[in-house]
Design a protein around this ligand. Structure first.
Ligand code: MCN
Ligand code: FES
Ligand code: FES
Length: 909
């Protein structure tokens, strides 16, 4: 222990610090400066950036005792206040730079370090700076962050003024504007408290948990010895499956009657078997996280290892044992049967056939904030679970029986989430903290470290895909298609059947192919369990169908864009599921892209050398808004004495902007009342306070919850309307004894798909047309994406800042999917950098966004969703561009440099 004095944000502070304490822990824990976020804790994300004596420093890898006495330390708390924001903070808000907001304080502090040193940086200098300081953002695609720094620099140089009102619409109408999101200011101040910040808001006596994770992938559990761990300092309890009151299983919610298995496979705490690396086998509850983690090391596991099947083909092998005894490893099959038999088309000699085999990898979500949450039993005897859940009501249903508490005795609250990208569609630690709070009777807080985030939360399920198209060379029309896809869903079935079905829904989406035959299979394996990941089925299957489109174009001697033009949906065409598309804008989108595409091809040709070959690729990306079949959401609105309202909904926020979604939609619906946005208060994401709006997955919220919000507001307006068309005041409503709170409920007019994947599952879709421009270095095989262009059809736009941010951020993840991201090697890929997170220089600064806005019949005020669409097509566009550049066709993602290099070398043989 050592005494230190630092000048923190201009004030002298004395501290006594542990020898091994990191500066981030001291600032957060001892000074409560929780604006210093800890993401990776490994120096890889920059969330913890502070300035020490003028130098931007990552506090998570800086020992406090090694920082000079009297060093001047600046954290986000030292920049601005709510009334006097620093120009960087204003710029971040007005550019929509804070989506989830977890990376935000670190970026802003880092940018301050840059502008202190260089008041007039170029965009490239800003990018170099963030690259050098390892500031990583998973939400924004970096473009608005650079915009914000450039603007703030101008303001600091006195060349422009910056104000939070800059984007406020002159006509007062929020819908379609760039109004900044309500949570923006808290995020740029570092005062948007995430789950680990909230541990400081829990009462004394709170226990801190550490998990004992299995370090093998498949085993029988012979014994768990907790004696030594229980005797460790600070330990209060060590819990195993024997301490779980309930069924000790997560309810996997089987969706189809023809799914094999009962859906109750995932143990809360391992009892009989280890099914995957990381399975939780015990929980240590202690007075501090450090004590809990130290004791967790002392739990002795007696495991009998079994053969581990780490991919779908391995688990499908004839001699593979059943991972869940009694349930076959292939536990769900989804045929695709549309139109006539396809065989005769493939037998015709006058037609052209293209075929291929493709693989999309186990993409890790990599939110900068690792998983975190807590639980307690409240004064009413209810078990309350706070987490990053994006499906609060859904998750209570999934964990209640397992924990052993009745559904009506549980509540769930969403903590501000530092990004999820879909992994929180599955419960992660909810049941674990629930079990611990019930067993100990005390509040229990659990934080995963980054390795645990990687190996013990769900991942995108790898798809092994085979497909073929047959087409008429003269017209370019694809007459029939065939497909097969095996889905490696890890050991737990949750949503695996739905995912496999979605393979059928999006294979060859965008094209009116009349005849289809296909089959998808969902396979249990011992790798990480499969969870929803932005796009959920579409980025996987459309990688194959959009790569194959280019392969077909080449065989037919057609230009890839024109072949798409010949086949995209036009009136009379149907989707792969046999229903009519809700928009026919794809021809218009291609018309808009065509001149840019020709120009890009010219640029690529002119700028290619033997050392660096350039190319252009296009792809379509499509996704539906909603859960398949009838999908319902609810929202309430209540009138207040000041003439304002409170909106109650459970539109969970990953970081995408649910706050802005609710506000923008309600404001539009309440326009007849002329209500200013300040008078629309939001109460969200707490099952004790708001009705069920369903999960914030499947890009459903703007459409489904948006309609529920619209209806609630319309019901209120109807009640307030007087016969003469004017509106009752609050007092008049009370006087006439009219209710003040109104509910809106909306259900999609949809029909689930049948056993042939035919139906009418979705009523509103999102359509993207992507173009990638890449440079391939022939000596190394390294691919650099130089520009992306996206022409989106997402119906009418609620908030422009939000949708731009979604598109940039989604495309950045698509570039990662194409080139660098994976979670295959459990050891190597258990960190952000190891798993290939794209830093700023991996993402082009040039990402052009263009919108067409045909109104949707079923979208509120014409809106479709957006969240997942931008991740459905960038990766095939990049891979098609790589082929265009150098003739190497990558069918197995990610396109690591060595794979491209091997392809280049093979050409020279
Ligand atoms: N929106 C809009 N105009 C439209 C459509 C949508 O302004 N025409 C806005 C909405 O108001 C909302 C946002 O765009 O703020 C996304 O809306 P929507 O597409 O309905 O999606 P959800 O709100 O249901 O969000 C979920 C979606 C999914 S499924 C994943 S996964 C995802 C995503 O959004 N994860 C994200 N975007 C993310 N963005 C961030 N920063 N972090 C994540 O984890
Ligand atoms: Fe410090 Fe990631 S770099 S938390
Ligand atoms: Fe950057 Fe979410 S806003 S990680």
């Amino acid at each position: 222990m050592i005494q230190k004095t630092f000048i923190v944000n201009g004030i002298e502070r004395m501290l006594v610090v542990d020898d091994n304490a990191m500066l981030s822990d001291v600032l957060r824990g001892q000074l409560r400066l929780t604006g210093v976020k800890v993401g990776c804790a490994q120096g890889q994300c920059g969330a913890c950036s502070v300035i020490i004596d003028g130098k931007v420093t990552r506090a998570c890898v800086t020992k406090a005792r090694l920082v000079d006495d009297y060093a001047a330390i600046t954290t986000i708390e030292g920049l601005g206040t709510q009334k006097h924001l620093h120009p960087l903070q204003v710029a971040w808000v007005v550019h929509g730079g804070a989506q989830c907001g977890f990376c935000t304080p670190g970026f802003i502090v880092s940018a301050k370090g840059l502008l202190d040193a260089n008041p007039n940086p170029s965009r490239e200098a800003v990018r170099d700076w963030f690259q050098k300081h390892k500031n990583a953002c998973r939400c924004t695609g970096y473009v608005p962050l650079v915009d914000a720094v450039m603007d703030a620099a101008k303001a600091l140089r006195g060349e422009k003024t910056l104000s939070l009102d800059d984007n406020k619409p002159a006509d007062g109408r929020l819908w379609g504007s760039s109004y900044p999101r309500p949570t923006g200011v808290a995020k740029v101040l570092g005062q948007w408290d995430f789950g680990d910040d909230r541990k400081h808001q829990l009462p004394p006596g709170t226990l801190h948990l550490a998990l004992v994770n299995a370090k093998v992938s498949h085993a029988n559990i012979k014994g768990i010895d907790t004696a030594e761990a229980a005797a460790m300092p600070g330990v209060v309890r060590v819990l195993t499956h024997k301490d779980v009151k309930g069924r000790n299983r997560i309810n996997g919610l089987i969706a189809f009657p023809y799914t094999r298995g009962d859906g109750w496979e995932r143990p809360i705490l391992g009892d009989e078997k280890v099914f995957q690396y990381g399975d939780a086998l015990a929980i240590v509850c202690a007075d501090s996280e450090a004590h809990a983690r130290a004791a967790a090391e002392k739990v002795r596991l007696d495991l009998e290892e079994l053969p581990a099947y780490m991919s779908a083909p391995e688990a499908m092998a004839e001699d593979a044992i059943e991972i869940h005894p009694g349930t076959p490893n292939v536990y769900f099959t989804q045929p695709l049967v549309k139109g006539e038999e396809t065989g005769p088309y493939f037998a015709r000699e006058d037609l052209v056939v293209a075929e291929g085999e493709y693989y999309t990898q186990r993409q890790p979500h990599m939110p900068i904030e690792p998983d975190v949450g807590f639980a307690y039993v409240n004064s009413d005897g209810k078990l309350v679970i706070h987490s990053k859940s994006i499906g609060l009501h859904l998750h209570l249903l999934m964990v209640a029986d397992g924990i052993g508490v009745k559904l009506e005795d549980m509540e769930a609250v969403q903590n501000p989430a530092g990004g999820t990208f879909g992994y929180k569609f599955s419960p992660t630690m909810e049941a674990l903290v629930g079990v611990a709070a019930v067993a100990t009777g005390r509040p229990c807080h659990l934080r995963y470290n980054y390795a645990q985030q990687q190996y013990y939360t769900g991942k995108r399920s790898p798809f092994f895909i085979k497909g073929r198209y047959v087409a008429d060379k003269a017209t370019g029309k694809i007459l029939a298609a065939e497909s097969e896809w095996d889905v490696d869903h890890g050991p737990y079935c949750e949503f695996g059947d739905l995912l496999t079905a979605r393979g059928a829904h999006y294979w060859s989406a965008g094209y009116g192919i009349p005849n289809q035959r296909g089959e998808g299979r969902c396979v249990a394996t011992n790798h990480a369990w499969g969870a929803a990941f932005r796009g959920y089925g579409s980025p996987e299957i459309m990688f194959a169908s959009e790569s194959l489109m280019d392969e077909l174009a080449e065989k037919m001697g057609w230009d890839p864009l024109e072949l798409r033009y010949a086949n995209v949906y036009r009136p009379g065409d149907t989707t792969p599921t046999g229903n009519a598309p809700d928009s026919y804008a794809l021809p218009e989108q291609i018309d808009l892209l065509r001149p840019k595409y020709k120009e890009a091809l010219r640029r690529a040709r002119e700028n290619s050398t033997d050392a660096v070959k350039r190319g252009v690729g296009v792809a379509i990306g499509i996704y539906g808004c909603g859960l398949d079949g009838p999908d319902t959401s609810n929202a309430d609105v209540e009138l207040h004495p000041d003439g304002g309202v409170t909106l109650y909904d459970c539109w969970e926020d990953h970081g995408q902007g649910a706050d802005m979604g609710s506000l923008g939609t309600a404001h539009e619906a309440l326009r007849p009342l002329g209500m200013p946005p300040e008078k629309i208060r939001l109460i969200k994401n707490d099952t004790s306070k708001v009705p069920c709006s369903g999960p914030a997955g499947g890009s459903r919220s703007q459409v489904v919850t948006g309609n529920a919000i619209r209806l609630a507001c319309e019901h209120l307006i109807t009640a307030m309307r007087k016969p003469d068309g004017t509106f009752r005041t609050y007092e008049e409503m009370v006087e006439e004894q009219l209710p003040l709170r109104y509910s809106g409920t909306w259900t999609t007019p949809c029909r689930p798909t049948d056993e042939n994947a035919q139906g009418d599952p979705i009523c509103v879709y999102m359509y993207g047309l992507f173009m990638a421009e890449v440079a391939v270095t022939t000596a190394t095989g390294k691919v650099q994406v130089e520009k992306m262009t996206l022409i989106s059809d997402i119906g009418k736009i609620n908030n422009k800042l939000v949708v731009d941010g979604q598109n940039w951020g989604g495309m950045a993840q698509g570039i990662g999917l194409a080139l660098s991201e994976d979670f295959e090697d459990i050891k190597k890929h258990s960190s952000l950098a190891g798993a290939g997170i794209p830093y700023i220089k991996d993402i082009p600064d040039r990402m052009e966004l263009i919108y067409v806005e045909p109104a949707r019949e079923f979208g509120p005020f014409g809106a479709a969703g957006i969240g997942e669409m931008p991740l459905c097509g960038p990766h095939p566009a990049v891979i098609n561009a790589v082929y265009n550049a150098c003739g190497v066709r990558i069918r197995h993602l990610p396109a690591y440099p060595e794979k491209v290099l091997a392809g280049l070398r093979a050409q020279n043989k």
